[in-house]
Write a protein that binds this ligand. Sequence first.
Ligand code: PHE
Length: 340
Amino acid sequence: MLEEKIKQLKEETIKKISEVANLEQLRELEIYFLGRKGELTKILRTLGDLSIEERAKAGDLANKIKNELTLEIQKARQNLGEKTDGSSEKEWIDVTAVKEKEEFGHLHPISIVQYELEDIFTSMGFMVLDGPELESDYYNFEALNIPSWHPARDMQDTFYVEGENLLMRTQTSSMQVRAMEKYGAPLRVVVPGRCFRNEATDVRHEHTFYQLEGFMVGKDISVANLKAVLEVVAKKLYGDDTKVKLRPKFYPFVEPGINGEVTCFLCKGKGCRVCKNTGWLEIFGAGLIHPNVLKFGKIDSKKWSGFAFGFGLTRLAMLKYEIDDVRLLCGGDLRFLKQF
Ligand code: PHE
């Protein structure tokens, strides 16, 4: 009797489902038959009057039919175009919609200067190399003629990695011996990259900054070659009337060591706020590669000689764009970066 009723309800529901015209009607139908106060529930309420066996049988049947009907309703809903994620509007496309403009990124001021220099150097036959930022004490200091006891280590406050004999490289010079070992002589290389020093930060000091190292190994390389190359670079960077001035400075891995200045690009040497009224900008360290360094790089210093230089890329970008706080460059503040 009860089973009959349940089956009848099923037929009736399926028929009604096939007649439904829209989602609204379907939802009403679902509530009417399967809802908490719906027809099926009403029938199940009367189960209590049956014997235990009959109750179990009718209960099973009712569940089975409930599942079947739920499935039917789901199918009907899809046919009527409802999305399966539960939202009820039919899928539609607004062909008149205006696409929001995508924001494109752009080069960071340091990258701009870096690529400018890479172009100049590759046009002179230099190759561009990358090197590890987490570096060994050996390549960053030892192989650059700076033994552990040497006071020159104090010039660079270094982030050491505990127990590993590793450090965050303090200079791109760390690539000199690596490149010599890998490529031998003759050699022309530039290495742009990030360096790290344990600085107390302020407008002029930052723990993370960029350098561009360069070195050349060949026959009879002298300071004259170094000056010639750097003059080409300075003129391409800042114009044909730019001059290069070399003065002595100590670096353990070059002999002689040089402090390099170029004519201020803003005042052309007259003196202004960018060059602090000197007319000159100090932008690189340089020198002739020390024979000990060539030896570490397995290059015979009797046959070969070379020069090396290091530009402060961060400093170049600051000068070019008149940025007065170095911390802005790695600060990731879009209000600053969007200006370039
Ligand atoms: N590595 C040096 C520095 O960081 C710069 C330099 C490079 C000097 C090459 C001489 C030769 O100060």
